[in-house]
Write a protein that binds this ligand. Structure first.
Ligand SMILES: O=c1ccn([C@@H]2O[C@H](COP(=O)(O)O)[C@@H](O)[C@H]2O)c(=O)[nH]1
Length: 228
């Protein structure tokens, strides 16, 4: 699989977001829609962006009782999104229902392991006997064995996860940074590192959204991915 770039369209102003996408038409990118645009604009924005020809990655990180997640996945299938996140911490039964709900569709389910904004402190917080890497591997393995199509982890776990899971799955890595600034992310790495470690889809938000020339920023990251 060629490594792809998912642009996290975390932009406050919807018109600005759509105008950026007009500029980016034809680029081989996936558009990730998260809480900011989805809660504000709902399914209309998803349809508009899909109609522009982009693949849609709906990042809602579903985490609820199995039946509720089943219903959420059914709605995402009807909406026609290409990727949808569920939270692996929701448990096996929840993930099984998510997989059941997307049967027969082209939707790819992505299981979030440990958010890239967490560090080892999080492990203390949830009282896990595993290290962060071990827990990410355990959650990723369970998700893939349950039939989830891909996992979301940081660039630092992806190599081991790819090595230890003997099945085909998509590895998605947010927490990509080009410079020192990390914002609220804790486990960050460059695009080159993420590609070398085995990522299939790199998620990049603020390094693009905060750039003066967003289109140029996208092109630069695509070049880095290509040359990594
Ligand atoms: O572990 C995760 C899972 C999802 N995300 C999402 O990716 C983008 C990253 O944005 P940046 O601005 O590049 O930090 C954002 O939409 C998150 O919701 C993540 O960062 N980490």
């Amino acid at each position: 699989m060629t490594v792809k770039l998912a642009v996290a369209l975390d932009i406050e102003n919807t018109e600005e977001a759509l105008s950026l996408l007009k500029d980016l038409k034809g680029e081989e990118i996936i558009i990730k829609i998260g809480y900011l645009l989805f809660i504000k604009e709902g399914t209309d924005i998803v349809k508009k962006i899909k109609d522009m020809g982009f693949d849609i990655f709906l990042d809602l990180k579903l985490h609820d009782i199995p039946n509720t997640v089943y219903n959420g996945v059914r709605s995402a299938v009807e909406l026609g999104v290409d990727y949808l996140t569920v939270h692996t911490l929701g448990g096996i039964e929840m993930m099984e229902k998510a997989v059941e709900a997307k049967k027969g569709s082209n939707l790819k389910l992505l299981g979030v392991t440990i958010l890239t904004s967490h560090s080892e402190d999080y492990i203390q917080y949830i009282g896990s006997r595993y290290s962060l890497n071990q827990l990410a591997l355990k959650l990723a393995t369970t998700a893939v064995n349950t039939g989830i199509d891909g996992i979301v982890c940081s660039p630092f776990e992806v190599k081991e996860i790819k090595e230890k899971i003997d099945k085909d799955f998509i590895a998605v890595t947010p927490g990509i940074r080009l410079e020192q600034e990390t914002d609220d992310q804790k486990r960050v790495a460059t695009p080159e590192f993420a590609v070398k470690e085995g990522s299939d889809i790199l998620v990049v938000g603020r390094p693009i959204i905060k750039a003066k020339d967003k289109k140029k920023a996208v092109r630069e990251i695509l070049e880095k991915i290509k040359n990594a």
